[in-house]
Design a protein around this ligand. Structure first.
Ligand code: PEP
Ligand code: MG
Length: 549
């Protein structure tokens, strides 16, 4: 009992280890779902909603401006000023209001339509600069429409807090200031959702799929147990004691794991087994190095495309990848090309795509093959880095050999265009993710076309079991790991071994302690995991290999 209140215990699923105590901050989605309404009667109401959304988005752009200014510099921040000016554009606003008042559209539909029409006009202009503004208009109108739909919330915290929400998109998750978030709690999501993965990469305890989260808990003292998936509201002194004990145990474990620092593992054939880091942002690389990562096995490059309004330029990407590779001091940095789509929406790229099943739609390499300039720019940036550093490219969501051929063609074009310009390039390896059953089944063919495989078990599990990785109600299908997935992993390893290419596991299974021996025995020679898990995974490889010696 605290402050006269009885402790409440809410159960969920542990998504990122650790126990924390602090104040709960509940963040709810505002607005109402209006997207399906074709004709609205309450035009006044829609106009009011529009005004509110415009004010919200203006405040958000101010905040993003400040944030970008502090983290990235004036040039990058300027885009948010331009976006804010667009919010005030009379012609744009008049057009939206006409569509609401005259055509009786919902505010959300009117904003989208006005944005598309205006963008079209810009696309037809002679000046290249003006044509390029079309994507800014779509980004701005897309953001207003999202706010009108209730997507996305303010992510500014005034004090260090445990953040609770119905659900969080990956873009929202990375918006938080890491130093202010003590933990994450969501009503939706599963251990495999990107938000959970991000929490693990950030080393922030998280519990997903929590029931009974009520707004009255906002501001209350809580204890979050990310290991066991429990949220205690107004914890008793006994529970707080558990927290203190867990901190002690954590400290002891950290001391034990220190012995793993600098140690390098081999499998029973004497081949080196690497433990590398999964990162999402340049800052994560420091975390990886601090945890003695033997390289980066998965740089989820899509995260550098978020928190912006247009894709990073070749130069910007070059600097980011180069700095990441440089920090690794010669160890390999595997950059995964853009994996946008499904739950990772980026309005300026996916805003116009309407799909009933986004996880099975225009995602990752499929989007990149529709917009090859995205891939070309990424490859050009990576080839430039490869002249000096150990960097590789990895393609997500491959299903068929024909996709690899098309990607390789774009990579060739990138390399040759640089050489024509007199730019030095390196001999960069190109690998693919095996994360669809099709790729695993065809791995014998694919192995001859690429330099390495990396098994994305998060998606491989979801697509094999037809079980949405975001949906906690179907998570039981993957736990324990079923034979179907084991066979696909095994097939992939056999194909790779025959062709003499290495196999990594970069999905969350690679950090699952009880599965590590299984993976290493199959011949997996690299496990890429959240930085905070590196030493523990290394300890397990070491133990399991010692058994065979
Ligand atoms: C995976 O699918 O296992 C993977 C590593 O990629 P992501 O989680 O980013 O989809
Ligand atoms: Mg994946």
């Amino acid at each position: 009992m605290r402050g006269g209140r009885t402790m409440k215990v809410l159960s969920g699923r542990g998504a990122s280890d650790g126990i924390v105590m602090g104040k709960l901050k509940i963040i709810r989605r505002g607005g109402s779902q209006t997207s399906d309404v074709r004709t609205v009667m309450d035009t006044e109401g829609e106009l009011c909603k529009l005004d509110e959304a415009l004010a919200d988005v203006a405040a958000e752009f101010d905040r993003l401006y400040e944030n970008a200014l502090a983290r990235l510099g004036e040039q990058e921040a300027a885009i948010f000023e331009i976006h804010k000016m667009m919010l005030e554009d009379e012609d744009f606003l008049d057009e939206i209001k006409k569509l609401i008042g005259g055509s009786r559209m919902s505010a959300e539909q009117a904003v989208r339509r006005a944005g598309e029409d205006l963008a079209e006009k810009f696309r037809e202009m002679d000046s290249e600069y003006m044509r390029a503004r079309a994507s800014d208009i779509l980004a701005v109108s897309g953001r207003i429409a999202e706010v009108l739909r209730g997507e996305g919330r303010k992510t500014v915290l005034e004090e260090p807090s445990i953040v609770a929400a119905d659900d969080l998109t990956p873009a929202e998750t990375i918006e938080f200031d890491r130093d202010m978030v003590l933990g994450f709690v969501t009503e939706g999501g599963s251990e495999m959702s990107h938000t959970a993965i991000l929490s693990r990469m950030m080393g922030i305890p998280a519990v997903v799929s929590v029931g009974g989260l009520s707004d009255e808990y906002d501001g209350r003292e809580v204890m979050l147990d990310g290991t066991n998936g429990v949220l205690y509201i107004d914890p008793t002194y006994e529970i707080a004691k558990i927290y203190r004990e867990s901190l002690k145990r954590k400290h002891e474990e950290e001391q034990r794991l220190e012995l793993m620092r600098g140690l390098r593992c081999v499998n029973r054939y004497g081949e080196r087994v690497y433990v590398t880091a999964n990162v999402g942002e340049p800052d994560d690389v420091d975390e990886a190095v601090a945890n003695d990562a033997e390289g980066v096995g998965l740089f989820r490059s899509e995260f550098i495309f978020m928190r912006r309004s247009s894709p990073p330029t070749e130069e910007e990407q070059y600097v980011i990848y180069r700095d990441a590779a440089r920090k690794l001091g010669g160890a390999e940095c595997v950059v995964r090309t853009l994996d946008v789509g499904a739950d990772k929406r980026i309005s300026y790229l996916t805003g116009n795509i309407r799909e009933a099943n986004p996880a099975m739609g225009i995602r990752a390499v499929r989007l990149c093959l529709r917009m090859p300039e995205l891939l070309l720019t990424q490859f050009r940036a990576l080839y430039r880095v490869s002249a000096e550093y150990n960097v590789s490219a990895m393609i997500p969501m491959i299903c068929l050999p024909s996709e690899v051929e098309k990607v390789r063609e774009i990579a060739r074009e990138a390399r040759e265009s640089l050489l024509r310009e007199g730019v030095t390039v390196g001999d960069m390896r190109i690998g693919i993710m095996i994360e669809t059953p099709s790729a695993a089944i065809l791995s014998d063919i694919l192995a001859g076309m690429v330099d390495f495989f990396s098994i994305g078990t998060n998606d491989l599990i979801q697509y094999t079991l037809a079980a949405d990785r975001e949906n906690p109600d179907v998570a039981y299908l993957a736990d324990p790991l079923p034979e179907s997935v084991r066979r696909l992993i095994s097939m992939t390893c056999t194909s790779a071994r025959r062709e003499g290419i290495p196999v990594c596991v970069c999905g969350e299974l690679g950090a699952k302690i009880e599965e590590i021996s299984f993976l290493v025995e199959l011949g997996v020679t690299k496990l890429s995991v959240a930085p905070s898990k590196i030493l523990r995974v290394r300890e397990k490889i070491h133990e399991s290999v010692a058994i065979y010696q």
